[in-house]
Design a protein around this ligand. Structure first.
Ligand code: DLL
Length: 444
């Protein structure tokens, strides 16, 4: 499905791909219920873990008679994916799976999501709707600077861009010099990347004398995969003259294209004909009314490979009560700025302290005492790890210390996929605790 002939601009209400965004509410709710009943049946029939949990609660698929009945269903969490690694939550046979995506888990093992052909097609459609909402059209040239591979960012936006009919530049992350060169040479009008990396590109561009307003054709930025603020939106827009949009998603639900903000920036519109949202109190797990802050929970209504029932995202937000001026009927949530668990997002990559720990402790001479310091230099996240090493080490010559430092850095990078600077410290120099130890200093 291509939309190359589309002449609509951002003020024209309905881009062809966006029609479901404007569905009458009654129709939307009926569709959601119908789809919810279908996905609950599929999961009950195919996923033993969830069937067991439903049976323990005495809930059968036929008990779902209204959307409010969703509260009868069990939640799912990231550790379910880890415990059932790699395929335990799949609801389709392997011959129907066409692509895997992964995200880091709390151990060395990633979580694995299987996509059927249908999942890939529907994911492309929600990414197209996200891009259409940002004003991206078939005449645009889009630089996709999100990583390609197991991470969903690159391929998700790539398929969305191709679906809209724009010319996609699949450059992936890194190599700032080349990013800046191609942005200008290819007449890039849309960039999709993490907001922090874009700010880094802007800084580097300014150092090279690039004026983003006059030396590039950039109009839109599609920024997500990490929390960012309204202040950062203003900073980006002021520095470059582009419109900065917020795109939200997570691997477990599909990747980017779960929700997106429109030109009014009143929060992120959820593609709720595919992803049913709830807000719960993370302590009591009780559903919260619209307008009250809590943890975002999604049920995938149409996915077949690894559908999710009431998936707890750990992201904190609230469902907005006011309708948006854009006329879309799909609801919005407030931008996500916090998480209820301890997952760190460093340069757009999910990192758990326990992963860093296992990287450190794979190296001889390293003691199990460390501190993770995260700062922001300019607009880029910096990760520094202070780690205690044996006292004898300090008797070694400078060159041996340097070799050890680099060995530790490599070991950590192998696991978390981003670089960290390592500071070796003497035994007993880092804080100790009798209760819960605090090993992360997030100073961003
Ligand atoms: O980050 C998918 C994605 C790729 C979204 C590209 C947008 C653009 P994960 O790596 O599984 O998936 O990380 C998901 O990142 O639960 C949030 O905590 C955070 N996150 C994603 N988008 C936003 C956003 C991708 N716009 C986790 N604002 C989520 C704040 C975000 N946090």
């Amino acid at each position: 499905m291509f939309y190359q002939d589309c002449a609509h601009d951002i003020d024209t209400p309905v881009h062809p791909v966006s029609a479901p965004d404007y569905m009458p509410i009654g129709q939307l709710r009926a569709l959601q219920l119908h789809r919810l009943q279908g996905v609950v049946r599929r999961i009950y029939d195919n996923v033993p873990l969830t069937r067991k949990r439903m049976d323990e609660r005495g809930v059968k698929p036929e008990h779902i008679q209204t959307l409010a009945d969703i509260a009868l269903l069990p939640f799912s969490v990231k550790s379910d994916l880890r415990d059932e690694y790699p395929h335990g939550l799949f609801a389709s046979p392997m011959n129907e799976i066409v692509r895997f995506h992964c995200s880091s888990g709390t151990t060395g093992k990633p979580i694995v999501i299987g996509n059927t052909r249908n999942d890939i097609i529907l994911w492309q459609q929600t990414c197209m709707r996200a891009l259409a909402m940002c004003g991206v059209r078939s005449s645009d040239v889009m630089q996709v600077t999100y990583g390609y591979g197991l991470f969903t960012g690159g391929l998700g936006l790539h398929y969305g861009g191709e679906g809209i009919g724009c010319a996609v530049l699949p450059i992936s992350g890194g190599n700032t010099e080349r990013q800046l060169m191609m942005m200008r040479d290819m007449g890039v009008t849309v960039i999709a990347c993490t907001p922090s990396y874009f700010l880094h590109l802007v800084d580097e561009g300014h150092k090279r004398g690039i004026n983003f307003r006059t030396d590039t054709k950039l109009k839109h930025g599609i920024f997500g995969a990490e929390p960012w603020s309204e202040e950062m939106r203003t900073k980006i827009q002021d520095a470059t003259g582009i419109t900065a949009h917020d795109i939200y998603g997570l691997t477990e639900i599909c990747g980017p294209g779960v929700a997106n903000d429109c030109q009014y920036h009143n929060g992120l519109h959820i593609f709720e004909d595919h992803f049913y949202p709830e807000i719960i109190d993370p302590e009591t797990l009780e559903p919260q009314p619209d307008g009250i802050a809590g943890e975002l929970v999604f049920t995938t209504l149409t996915r077949t490979g690894t559908p999710m029932l009431r998936y707890r995202t750990r992201d904190i937000s609230r469902l907005n009560t006011k309708a948006c001026e854009c006329g879309r009927t799909i609801r919005t949530f407030e931008r996500v700025s916090a998480r209820s668990d301890d997952m760190l997002i460093i340069r757009g990559v999910n990192v758990f302290p326990s992963q860093i720990e296992s990287g450190l402790l794979q190296v001889d001479k390293v003691l199990p005492h460390y501190m993770i310091n995260i700062t922001r230099e300019g607009d880029l996240d910096k990760l520094e790890i202070q780690v205690e090493v044996t006292r004898e080490t300090f008797g070694d010559d400078i060159r041996s210390l340097e070799i050890l430092r680099s060995e530790i850095a490599h070991s950590v990078q192998r696991i978390i996929n981003i670089s960290a600077s390592i500071r070796l410290v003497e035994p007993n120099t880092l804080p100790r605790s009798e209760g819960k130890i605090q090993r992360v200093r997030d100073m961003r």
